[in-house]
Design a protein around this ligand. Structure first.
Ligand code: SF4
Ligand code: SF4
Ligand code: SF4
Length: 246
């Protein structure tokens, strides 16, 4: 029996689901190894009998809480994918404002017809079995995790900071160019793609386990950032985790 897979979307841009679809070369093998039975972005058929639920997006409404609890009851494994699902991601910006103001800003006069609650990552609502970080996820990492699960192994989650890969690919550190970066405390696995592309790391893969926050604070302060600037920089993807800087 092939494991039955479901992919669900919550509050998000659905870019992480698109990354699954971008696994074009691997798709024939994936489909041979798995039964994809629910995936709204690509198919109309659906079923409630799944083994593994991948969840894209964060939880931002009361109705999403009930939906998540139902998925948890049905699935043997629940795996959030992407920064929105794993960290709350960019959706957590709204938590910095009163919810009534957020509703009015988005829906105007129609605000009373909608509900919203502070955004949360999936693990803050239901227990999860693993997670695949990133904004968006790295498709090769998604394939590797699926292969490890199919082989009955515990999936591997990188815990080196982005800096390790950044050095390996030969980038000049952006601090040496007068910019700032969250690479020293951010979970690697993306090959420092943003720095390689000429930008900086904004922390989309979340914090490594046991990050040295004091050392990162020190280098950011030396680069001229105040604590307020640092929290703002970190909040792009991690507003739900910003307490770590206090
Ligand atoms: S993590 Fe990024 S790419 Fe994935 S759904 Fe959220 S905003 Fe989109
Ligand atoms: S550019 Fe960023 S990720 Fe690369 S070494 Fe410097 S701090 Fe680390
Ligand atoms: S460099 Fe940083 S922001 Fe860019 S993909 Fe990697 S973890 Fe995300």
């Amino acid at each position: 029996m092939k494991p039955k897979i479901a992919v669900f979307d919550f509050t998000c841009c659905e870019g992480c689901q698109l990354q699954i679809l971008n696994c074009e070369q691997e798709m024939p093998d994936l489909v041979a190894a798995l039964d994809i039975i629910t995936f709204r972005e690509v198919m109309t058929e659906r079923s409630d009998h799944y083994d593994i639920a991948f969840i894209d997006g964060s939880c931002t409404t009361e109705s999403e809480i009930a939906r998540l609890k139902e998925i948890r009851q049905r699935a043997k494994m629940v795996i959030p994918i992407g920064a929105c699902a794993c960290l709350g991601g960019v959706n957590c910006f709204k938590n910095l404002h009163p919810m009534e103001d957020v509703l009015k800003a988005v829906y105007g006069q129609a605000a009373p017809y909608y509900d919203t609650i502070p955004a949360r990552p999936i693990h803050a609502v239901i227990p999860i079995d693993f997670f695949i970080p990133g904004c968006p996820i790295v498709k090769e990492e998604f394939i590797r995790v699926v292969q490890e699960i199919l082989a009955g192994k515990a999936p591997y989650l990188p815990n080196d900071p982005v800096c390790a890969e950044c050095k390996m690919v030969g980038n000049v550190c952006v601090f040496d160019k007068g910019q700032t970066c969250l690479g020293p405390v951010t979970r690697g696995g993306c090959k420092a793609t943003c720095v390689t592309g000429g930008a900086v790391c904004w922390g989309c893969r979340g914090l490594i386990d046991e990050p040295n926050i004091n050392a990162e604070k020190e280098i950011l302060e030396k680069a001229g950032l105040s604590i307020k600037d640092i929290v703002e920089e970190f909040s792009l993807f991690n507003a739900c985790q910003e307490d770590v800087w206090k």
